[in-house]
Design a protein around this ligand. Sequence first.
Ligand SMILES: [Zn+2]
Length: 198
Amino acid sequence: MLNKPWLPGKDDPLLKTFNPSLEGFKVSNVMKIDRREWDEDVVKDLFDDRRDKEGNQGEEHSGFWRQLWRLKVPPKVKNLLWREVSGCLPTKSQLHLKDVAIDLYCPSCNVVMESIYHSLVRCSFAQEVWGILMLDVNVGDFEVFDVWFEAILQRFDHPRVEKIATVYWALWEARTNVVWNKKGVTAIALVTSALLLP
Ligand SMILES: [Zn+2]
């Protein structure tokens, strides 16, 4: 996506971004799921706005992004992590804000209100998954993804962080499948397919 001249004008038609995880991104990554239209929130956050070069969001997250960028994980995994940091994942509470009629409970346990940190890290199903991998990801009770992930980056070496990021993505996929397709998966099947990811 970054190599194609998307912008009008011959002088500088390439998109610019502070976000290193965007390398290798496809256009479909910033389109709304199942619709042929731009996901405006994603587009706005992803690219440097030519009209406003004063933004400092890039600097705030630059150390974090540098570390994230070095991880050898598929672009879709980096995409998820980035969207999570930016608060633009279609979680139940986000959808609720947009007037989508949906319950607000964690789709795995249906006991507590869904937060992504709970569903992908603390929920019993997630803990079963992390247990199979023998990775103790309970590095504190942060509730906020980027604080949690920074702690993960400090605790584990890169190969293990890459495994955690990939399984985190698989947990998000599994959660989405439960919400929209009512299809569950066992913890062992999730781990097996996540570790076979290209
Ligand atoms: Zn739960």
